[in-house]
Ligand binder design. Structure first.
Ligand code: XMP
Length: 536
């Protein structure tokens, strides 16, 4: 395996991800582990190499971290990245100086000399035979003098020592970030390091992660009990399945039905988790409470706040009961599990809090563990969305569940414009089920994929306005729905999907004929920005 020592960069988990993509097992540990810990860790002979990550800090600030010196005495290859390169240079006798300005963004790196790490990997080769790489740089300090034994491996115009190597000891370092996708050859470089230079076997698969994660959960939780809020979404479902695999009946899932779920969704969740997986699931039917609180409220942010608050109240009451061990079979829960995934960690860490305006207040359960006095268990926190899905499949969850489009926490509450009423929710559920069914049924001839797979998110919106229609010999005066389907990779921007007319025609015909109370269907042709994906 490969050990990644984390110096606190936001992208450390990307290094782990790239290594998983190369099918090699890696573990991330904090950089301040002791020399003894390192020696112990390597003692079984399975450690094939060490990677020192980047950091926000500078080598010469007082608070800075160093790699445990033992890392350089293990006789395994070491790769330093960004700050990892600087601390390697510093600790091995080179020189690092504070830069006058931060370098941040794309750069062009020229490979120097010949090294096992970079030889043959290049975006293009110059007429003099130098490999050139487009890379991503983000640093203030830089190495200005090579440590003894090292040779120059790469340079850029503003950073003469952008890479260094001591091939006898198999120490390599780069100032740029090979783990980010902006560095086009980054994946090849990391793969070269772990499989070529370290000689790690590329035999790791997501199935192995199940075993590793199960082991870690058992170790963390011991014989204590865990509560998890199951929403039916991908992340909480995969977290539930994983934790259940690890600790079985020590896990109790709480599924709050706020009455704003999709058609049959509550039953499907129960069927899957209680029925097939035999997990303990408590279904709390709180729809009356939610609809009661929402009565008369039409402003979107007010609705979101009410739903968020009520959700926390209901969940808290249930969790408090479980914590107290009130329903007999329980000793009293000590843990709250959440399906937090890595992008959530990044989002709550930095970028999000700096955002100037709140476009939509997202509903989440942050802060709950402290309020409840429970410890937090987050077994997916290092994984990216597509990896979570892969893990779900490896755990035996059905692909329809694992590859489901995202569904917002406030559910149909933000898809019924204005005041939420049960009558509206019932109509919307039926119309939406038809839309989704037809998206799944319509296969695109060119790609062989269904339109459900070809869109990132699709749903129906209820418009509480009435329009006139004619049906048979009679006049109708009924509600309108809008179909929404978008394509996006990050949900920050999105294009409306160019669905085939035949599909739209089928959906519209079925909704108007099958859902009495709706007599008009429209298609939303707005992209994000300036529109958002949800209507509220
Ligand atoms: P917007 O409407 O802001 O949505 O373009 C972007 C993505 O976020 C989802 N969304 C939410 N997800 N809680 C969630 O868990 C929420 O309150 C929420 N609001 C929007 C939306 O469905 C889309 O995927």
């Amino acid at each position: 395996k490969i050990l990644i020592l984390d110096f606190g960069s936001q992208v450390t988990q990307l290094i782990a991800r790239r290594i998983r993509e190369a099918h090699v097992l890696s573990e991330v540990h904090p950089c301040d582990v002791s020399d003894d810990w390192i020696r112990q860790y390597a003692a079984d002979g399975n450690l094939k190499g060490v990677i020192l990550s980047g950091s926000h800090a500078s080598v010469y600030e007082d608070t800075t971290d160093k790699a445990p010196q033992a890392v350089f005495e293990l006789d395994v290859p070491v790769l330093g990245i960004c700050y990892g390169m600087q601390t390697m240079a510093h600790q091995l006798g080179g020189k690092v100086e504070g830069g006058h300005k931060r370098e941040f963004g794309s750069a062009s790196v020229r490979a120097r000399g010949h090294t096992k790490l970079l030889d043959g990997i290049a975006d293009f080769t110059t007429s003099e035979g130098h490999g050139m790489l487009d890379v991503w740089m983000s640093h203030g300090d830089k190495v200005t003098e090579l440590p003894p034994g090292f040779k120059l491996m790469a340079s850029t115009d503003s950073c003469p020592i952008a890479g260094m190597a001591d091939e006898a000891r198999r120490f390599y370092a780069v100032q740029f970030h090979p783990e980010v996708t902006h560095t086009k050859q980054g994946r090849a470089i990391l793969e070269r390091f772990v499989t070529g230079i370290c000689g790690a076997r590329p035999d790791w698969v997501m199935r192995d992660h199940v075993a590793e994660a199960v082991e870690a959960i058992r170790k963390q939780v011991g014989d204590e009990e865990v509560i998890l809020g199951l929403s039916g979404g991908v992340d909480s479902s995969v977290a539930a399945a994983l934790i259940h695999r690890a600790i079985g009946d020590q896990l109790t899932c709480v599924f709050v039905d706020h009455g704003l779920l999709r058609l049959n969704e509550g039953d499907m969740v129960m069927d899957m988790f209680a029925g097939k997986l035999h997990a303990k699931v408590i279904r709390v039917d709180a729809s009356e409470a939610f609809l009661g609180k929402l009565a008369g409220v039409s402003e979107p942010e007010a609705k979101r706040k009410i739903i968020g608050r009520e959700f926390v109240e209901v969940f808290k009451a249930e969790a408090a009961r479980l914590k107290a061990g009130l329903d007999g079979t329980h000793k009293g829960a000590k843990w709250l599990a959440q399906g937090t995934i890595y992008p959530d960690v990044i989002e709550s860490g930095g970028a999000k809090s700096k955002k100037a305006v709140t476009i939509k207040s997202h509903h989440n359960v942050g802060g709950l563990p402290e309020q409840l006095g429970l410890k937090l268990l987050e077994p997916l926190r290092d994984l990216f969305k597509d990896e979570v899905r892969e893990l779900g499949v490896a755990l035996g969850l059905p692909p329809e569940m694992v590859y489901r489009h995202p569904f917002p926490g406030p559910g149909l509450g933000v898809r019924i414009l204005g005041e939420v009423k049960k009558e509206y929710a019932d109509l919307l559920r039926r119309a939406d089920a038809i839309f989704i069914e037809e998206l799944r049924n319509h296969i695109d001839a060119e790609t062989g994929k269904s339109w459900y797979e070809l869109t990132s998110q699709a749903f129906t919106v209820f418009l509480p306005v009435k329009s006139v229609g004619v049906m048979g010999d009679g006049r109708t005066y009924d509600y309108v729905v809008a179909l929404r389907a978008v394509q996006t990779s990050d949900f920050m921007t999105a294009d409306w999907a160019e669905l085939p007319y035949a599909l739209l025609k089928k959906v519209s015909g079925r909704i108007i004929n099958e859902v009495r109370g709706i007599n008009r269907v429209t298609y939303d042709v707005s992209s994000k920005p300036p529109a958002t994906i949800e209507w509220e």
